[in-house]
Design a protein around this ligand. Structure first.
Ligand SMILES: [Zn+2]
Ligand SMILES: [Zn+2]
Length: 264
């Protein structure tokens, strides 16, 4: 529970925080169609009012008031006057007119190499190479890689490479640099084995050990490991059409679940 200014009531009221709101929603879901513990509407409303009043010490009698007194419905406090932004996405403060600076989450995103960014078993279209890149025998990156990584970095995300291959870190950095890409971390098989805790070594990759929020890979097996070991993945098929757009969409979807995105 948190005291906050309510735009409808024009006063400070106790608002329910996420877990409390969740509890209220659970009570609402216990309708008479439920076999066990189903409640009539008026019974549910009474339970919710009771819950709110016990939690807050108020004597609220209006159910609708409770339902709009949820912290999650509003934005954070205005930097200038302290009243909450009227919605999570408001671009200015309705009380003082302050222009809001919307912070987007900056995520740490890692990419697999083989069959994700580098053609290995599947011959996808590749980025054009300069004559000297050919001369140096640099590997070919999947078409769209350079623009994708640069646009993600321009949005404030940090990009790393996480590969199960044994390519030396220096070689990977040189390859990327030849395409004018710089990345934060390069994790190869050796670094993976050195860093990932013993109880996670059964995972083929374990991004949390490197502070990585989302890992992009072609392996569907990795998505299953991610579910089991609680890390987030984006699986992009080797023949995915508009693969860079697909990844952008997935990142936007997943970003909503990161705490700093939610209300800020
Ligand atoms: Zn209110
Ligand atoms: Zn304000």
């Amino acid at each position: 529970m948190k005291m906050m200014w309510c735009w409808r009531c024009k006063m400070e009221v106790p608002m329910l925080e996420d877990e409390e709101e969740q509890h209220v929603r659970e009570i609402m879901d216990r309708g008479p169609e439920q076999e066990a513990g189903g409640l009539m509407l008026h019974e549910r409303l009474k339970l919710i009012l009771n819950y709110y009043n016990i939690l807050t010490g108020w004597e609220e009698t209006n159910f609708n008031a409770v339902m709009h007194h949820m912290v999650g419905l509003y934005g954070p406090p205005c930097e200038q006057c302290g009243k909450p932004y009227r919605t999570t996405k408001a671009t200015f403060c309705a009380a003082c007119g302050n222009k809001r600076i919307l912070k987007k989450p900056s995520l740490r995103i890692s990419f697999d190499l083989d069959d994700t960014l580098i053609a290995y078993s599947f011959p996808f279209a590749t980025e054009p190479r300069q004559w000297w890149q050919k001369l140096l025998g640099q590997e070919r990156l999947r078409a769209g890689t350079v623009a994708l990584i640069k646009s993600l970095q321009a949005e404030g995300h940090s990009i790393s490479i996480y590969t199960s291959s044994l390519r030396p870190v220096r070689r990977i950095r040189m390859l990327l640099r030849s395409y004018d890409i710089r990345v934060e971390q390069v994790i190869n098989r050796q670094i993976h084995l050195k860093t990932v805790p013993v109880n996670k070594q059964q995972c083929s990759k374990y991004p949390p050990a490197f502070g990585i929020d989302i890992h992009v890979d072609d392996s569907t097996g990795l998505a299953i490991e991610g579910n089991q070991h609680k890390f987030k993945t984006i699986i992009v098929a080797m023949d995915q059409e508009d693969w860079t757009k697909y990844i952008w969409n997935e990142i936007e979807k997943q970003a909503k679940h990161f705490p700093n995105f939610k209300r800020w």
